[in-house]
Design a protein around this ligand. Structure first.
Ligand SMILES: Nc1ncnc2c1ncn2[C@@H]1O[C@H](COP(=O)(O)OP(=O)(O)O)[C@@H](O)[C@H]1O
Ligand SMILES: O=P(O)(O)OC[C@H]1O[C@](O)(COP(=O)(O)O)[C@@H](O)[C@@H]1O
Ligand SMILES: [Mg+2]
Length: 379
């Protein structure tokens, strides 16, 4: 039933994170209050678009969700319409197009990470008008300096490492804390520096076991009888492999990373007699109420997405670059991962306060001087 008012679908794709609801609230309130639009929420990410599982979203439906973790719409990280795992990996994009046309949508707002933006880009080519809103605890989306959910995950991980600190100190132990982040080390880097960990191991810098063991030994010799190591789930030793928790077609990438902390503990035991313990922070990093930063970021990005939809600018993701808000074409984002550049200022500051990144400082400075800065993306 065609109508004159703007009709916009919204979905939340990929893994959940704190701040998605805040973004959903911003998109819905802004579209209804400022643009007199009708908003329809798809359930469980692209799954809801394929199965036409949709509910109207009114102002009252998003009232009171600003502070709530997760997503009231539900999410899925197994619902790529071009490789639809619930139907054996079939291409069901035609079904997405049918839903889009049958519901007479003018546009779709996709709140998601790199996977969701890659799908959004492919749908754009088929004729769907999409605006993306970046969310993921991993902070691994190109085109934006920050994603909704990252700040909260860093706060949670920092708080956890602070708690580990006191027990490490009391028992004179090496404590290894494993963070999420897939193939990028943003959470480990930020939480590690914020909590003053002694060693930070990132996927971007392959570590040497001997160098990490030396840090623990040197600290013991100097009277500091404990060491804290923050290790990203995607970290690996020099010439080693990623540590994989599970493999299977039902997973994004066919790989679920996880378990590096125990592998590292075994590697260190070959060099140290010290007692070693491991903690995997896991999905705790995806939960809880968003920080004030994530709430304001989600609100700003969400309202900007609504404005772009209303003025007919689509095929883009709203973004923040150098503290300014902008938008980036989806084709510049799709299929890419933003890793930590070796010349990131936080690595330099970590080194300056004596943090080890698991390799000799000279090797790291040498590598950093050769690392290419991320290419600037024009709005
Ligand atoms: N490069 C890609 N192109 C197309 N689909 C992708 C790509 N990367 C991931 N996906 C799919 O996108 C969905 C969501 O990806 P995921 O990484 O879990 O979430 P997010 O959107 O938060 O990054 C999954 O179904 C995944 O298989
Ligand atoms: O919830 P699952 O399927 O175990 O996935 C775990 C993965 O999802 C994340 O928590 C978030 O990643 P996405 O934002 O890309 O969904 C990763 O850090 C982690 O590797
Ligand atoms: Mg992702």
């Amino acid at each position: 039933m065609p109508s004159d008012s703007l009709r916009v679908g919204v979905l939340t794709g990929g893994g959940d994170c704190p701040g998605i609801n805040a973004a959903l609230r911003a998109v819905t309130k802004s579209l209804t209050l400022q643009h007199d639009a009708e908003v329809l929420g798809f359930l469980d990410g692209f799954r809801g678009v394929v199965d036409r599982n949709v509910e109207p979203l009114h102002y009252r439906d998003v009232s009171g969700i600003l502070t709530r973790g997760g997503t009231i719409l539900g999410a899925s990280n197994k619902a790529d319409p071009f490789n639809y795992l619930p139907r054996g990996g079939a291409d069901v994009s035609a079904q997405v197009m049918r839903t889009y046309r049958t519901l007479d949508l003018d546009a779709l707002v996709a709140i998601g990470g790199d996977g969701t933006m890659s799908i959004a880009h492919r749908l754009t080519d088929l004729g769907v008008d999409i605006v993306g809103v970046p969310k993921t605890i991993d902070n691994d989306l190109v085109g934006t300096d920050r994603t909704v959910g990252f700040d909260t995950a860093v706060s949670t991980a920092t708080d956890a490492i602070d708690r580990i600190h006191t027990t490490a100190q009391s028992h004179h132990r090496v404590m290894i804390v494993e963070t999420m982040g897939r193939y990028s080390g943003w959470i480990a880097l930020h939480a590690g520096v914020a909590s003053g960990t002694d060693v930070i191991l990132l996927p971007e810098i392959e570590y040497e076991v001997e160098t990490v063991a030396d840090v623990c030994r040197d600290r013991e010799r100097s009277g500091q009888r404990f060491t804290i190591v923050a290790v990203a789930e995607g970290a690996r030793r020099k010439e080693g492999d990623y540590v994989v928790q599970e493999r299977g077609d039902e997973y994004t990438d066919s790989i679920r990373l996880g378990g590096i902390s125990r592998v590292l503990a075994d590697q260190l035991r070959e060099h140290l007699d010290t007692s070693i313990r491991t903690t995997v922070l896991g999905h705790m990093q995806r939960g809880g109420s968003p920080t004030a930063y994530d709430r304001t970021l989600a609100t700003t990005l969400g309202t900007r997405a609504a404005t772009l939809v209303a003025e007919g600018t689509t095929g883009v993701m709203v973004a923040v670059q150098n503290d300014a808000f902008t938008q980036v074409p989806l084709d510049e984002i799709a299929g890419k991962t933003r890793t930590v550049p070796l010349d990131d200022p936080l690595i330099a500051s970590g080194l300056d306060v004596g943090t080890s990144f698991g390799v000799a400082v000279s090797d790291l400075s040498e590598a950093a001087s050769h690392s290419k800065p991320a290419s600037p993306i024009q709005p």
